[in-house]
Design a protein around this ligand. Structure first.
Ligand SMILES: [Zn+2]
Ligand SMILES: [Zn+2]
Length: 562
């Protein structure tokens, strides 16, 4: 029998060198725990037509019999978005998370018709024994309720994973970050800390969520004669709660708009995380009977998402809400890098329809859910880990977080910057890179997964078009009877087309096809030569597809238009 592995190994499947698709495997004593399983929203420029990017699950699939459970720190998409794909590929793995996290995952799996695994809703302070590990879930504050840090004990020590957090001393729901417990865990000794790095470039501390409430209250109180529409992240239940409370106080009804806003507020209400009186909330279909100045619509779409409620309103396509000069629209979020253009187009369109728009730096309309430098320092000082690996950041964030830890006295050799696919082994004395694991990105398009070659093709098609060369060949005498050229996204003059045809004929004549039936050689030769003349003449690199139409008959018919 193989000896049980007695060192801790941490394999990074996502969420390092990037902000998105967080996934880490923690291995000890022959058992594996997965922490988070997220997805990333693709950018149109880098990955055209792709709906979602998820981690490559090869390492998990290869070791599935060792996997004992999935711990989810909180319900944001970069921590749960990959779960439907992981579970459909790897089958039933038990999941642990807060009540809200579990409810959001259930909703996601139901929508995608994935069989429900065993799910365990846990509270802050709960301890669970899973395989070779004992896990304590520690409450932290973040921009979604029910967020945890994880203290994972194993035979040789303790791994402390911060999850996403900020230190909010005055949280809206009264549940604070459990600093006393974190200090206690630190005092007992933490071997390795994985710490989130999102806001490491920002000095000071993140402002409390309550401050946003103060700003929104002022706006609502100032615009007593207007209808108010506030767009924010549906998952930020605390912010939604603040808005609802202000509206109740000033006598406005509230309507939730947008699929995820309606769904998440329903889930939060059921879990007693969102509280309002019976007659406060009105269905968006029923707002017609309510005076505009007595109504506040809370909607999705603060990132300018194309299918969202606010984008529909801004484009004049929403059935329920027609924007006009009696509307004040509040964008209560910051554009996530990459979304700026969509957000500003949205704002322009709202202004065009006559609305007053309040957004971005104009006011304190949004606060981050992530810790800034002072909070990161406090966390490191309380946990006092022997070894440290910064996570949840692009490479520059991870380096900055390393710098910050060095300033606090951690030793250089006790900090490692990991990349996706890296595996790091930790024992009492040292931490080192060992053999990496199979890892990477998987692109989801509709119901299929596509690889990076497809993405490369799509980019090439979108920028330089495609040229299809049909070589009509009589197989009986192996003669080229004619060449047809079809193109999309690129235009040729008649004269240049003739030049290409002659080039194809010459290439055919010089090829070994006639004697050896070397189809591949012929196609490659044609592709290379035609690509070169097009590049020289037009300075373009279209995709070139030579097709050999090998036919017996002489009367070749033209292909259908492609
Ligand atoms: Zn988060
Ligand atoms: Zn995150």
């Amino acid at each position: 029998m193989a000896k049980k592995q007695k060192q801790l190994e941490v394999a990074f499947l996502g969420g390092v060198g990037e902000i998105g698709k967080n996934m880490t495997a923690i291995c000890y004593g022959g058992d594996i725990l997965i922490v988070d399983c997220g997805s990333t929203f693709p950018s149109v420029d880098d990955t055209p037509g792709i709906d979602l990017i998820i981690p490559d699950f090869a390492f998990i699939k290869d070791n599935i019999e060792k996997v004992k459970g999935i711990l989810i720190t909180h319900g944001h998409e970069d921590h749960i978005g990959g779960l439907p794909y992981l579970l459909s590929e790897c089958g039933n793995i038990p999941i642990y998370g807060s009540a809200l996290t579990i409810a959001l995952i259930k909703h996601k799996l139901t929508e995608k018709k994935i069989q429900m695994p065993k799910m365990h809703a846990v509270k802050g302070g709960d301890v669970k024994s899973i395989g070779a590990f004992s896990i304590e879930f520690v409450s932290v504050t973040h921009s979604i309720l029910g967020a945890f840090a994880l203290s994972i004990s194993y035979g040789g020590g303790v791994v402390f994973h911060t999850g996403d957090y900020k230190i909010d001393y005055t949280p809206v729901d009264g549940e604070s970050i459990d600093l006393a417990r974190i200090a206690d865990i630190g005092n007992r000794g933490v071997t390795l800390m994985l710490g989130e790095s999102t806001n490491v470039e920002k000095k000071g501390t993140t402002i409390s969520e309550k401050e946003v409430g103060v700003t929104l209250e002022k706006i609502i109180e100032t615009h007593t004669d207007k209808r108010i529409i506030i767009a924010t992240f549906a998952s930020n239940v605390n912010r939604v709660q603040q808005i609802v409370k202000i509206c109740e106080r000033v006598g406005r009804r509230v309507a939730f708009d947008g699929r995820s806003m309606v769904k998440i507020s329903e889930i939060a209400k059921r879990l007693n995380m969102l509280d309002y009186e019976d007659n406060t909330v009105v269905d968006i279909e029923d707002i017609k009977g309510i005076q505009p100045e007595k109504l506040c619509i809370i909607s999705t779409g603060s990132q300018g998402e194309p299918m969202s409620a606010l984008t529909r309103m801004a484009n004049g396509e929403d059935r329920e809400v027609v924007i006009g000069d009696n509307d004040v629209v509040v964008i209560s979020s910051q554009p996530i890098p990459g979304n700026e253009k969509a957000v500003y187009t949205l704002i322009n369109n709202l202004y065009r329809r006559g609305a007053k728009v309040l957004y971005g730096s104009l006011e304190q309309l949004h606060v981050s859910g992530h810790a800034c430098q002072d909070e990161l320092k406090l966390m490191l000082s309380l946990v006092k880990p022997k070894f440290f690996i910064p996570v949840h950041g692009e490479f520059r964030h991870l380096k900055k977080h390393e710098e910050l830890a060095l300033n606090l006295g951690l030793k250089k050799e006790n900090i490692k910057i990991a990349d996706i696919g890296d595996r790091i082994a930790v024992d009492k004395k040292s931490m080192r890179f060992i053999d990496g694991v199979e890892a990477g990105e998987v692109y989801v398009d509709g119901d299929t997964n596509v690889d990076s070659l497809v993405i490369r093709d799509r980019k090439q098609l979108s920028t330089d078009g495609v040229v299809i060369l049909l070589l009509n060949i009589n197989v009986e005498n192996r003669q080229l009877t004619s060449v047809d050229i079809l193109s999309r996204g690129i235009v040729f003059e008649e004269e240049f087309l003739e030049q290409i045809k002659i080039l194809v004929e010459d290439t055919f004549a010089a090829s070994s096809y006639k004697n050896e039936s070397d189809r591949g050689g012929l196609k490659n030769g044609v592709r290379r030569k035609v690509a070169r003349v097009i590049l020289n003449k037009l300075k373009q690199r279209p995709m070139i597809l030579p097709l050999l139409m090998e036919q017996v008959k002489q009367d070749l018919t033209e292909e259908d238009d492609l």
